[in-house]
Design a protein around this ligand. Structure first.
Ligand SMILES: [Zn+2]
Length: 187
């Protein structure tokens, strides 16, 4: 995959580490993960400092070779966070469709004992008691940016807080997006 450059900090890297911006029909900035939107685009890190730098400088104007578009750092970061959450949600749904997702505490605890490959994930509002028992069983687990209710909404019929994904590639992609989501929320 070709390298991309953040127009704010000039860091280079794999396309997965940046979001892309183009000018939309209403002269607003439209963001995407990946590269589907037509037209001249510019890339930026998942980083609030880079976003602020973009908004307060003319780097985006230069990169897009356009002037007079609307841009605000709040709107931009909100949109990027939404894209990341949608992407994460899509990957969790895909894990379920592929049959590599296990839901619910009891089943996940069994899975941790049996599977060397996958990783457990929990909702952001998991109870401290379940978190404690999970910590005793697994040295590595990840807190998703979704509540039990949200997970229940798109993965199951009822809320739940613990899940396990047994495919390492999906675990890696989900962890990467979670890292981006956290970086955007810490700004
Ligand atoms: Zn950057």
């Amino acid at each position: 995959m070709p390298d991309r450059t953040c127009i704010a900090c000039r860091n280079k890297g794999n396309a997965n580490n940046f979001f892309r911006m183009v000018i939309g029909p209403e002269r607003n900035i439209v963001c995407e993960l990946g590269r589907k939107l037509p037209g001249r685009g510019a890339h930026c890190c998942f980083d609030m400092n880079c976003i602020s730098k973009l908004v307060s400088s003319n780097r985006l104007e230069i990169a897009l070779k356009r002037r007079n578009f609307r841009i605000g750092s709040d709107e931009l970061s909100r949109n990027v966070k939404m894209l990341l959450r949608r992407n994460l949600k899509g990957m969790l749904i895909a894990s379920k469709a592929k049959g590599v997702l296990t839901l619910g505490k009891e089943e996940v605890f069994k899975k941790i004992k049996l599977s060397k490959m996958g990783k457990p994930f929990v909702s952001k509002d998991i109870s401290p008691r379940i978190l404690m028992s999970l910590k005793r069983m697994s040295e590595e687990f990840h807190i998703l940016p979704f509540s039990m209710n949200e997970l229940g909404e798109f993965l199951s019929r009822k809320p739940f807080g613990v899940l396990f994904i047994s495919e390492p590639l999906l675990v890696d992609s989900i962890c990467l997006r979670m890292m981006h989501e956290r970086a955007m929320s810490n700004g």
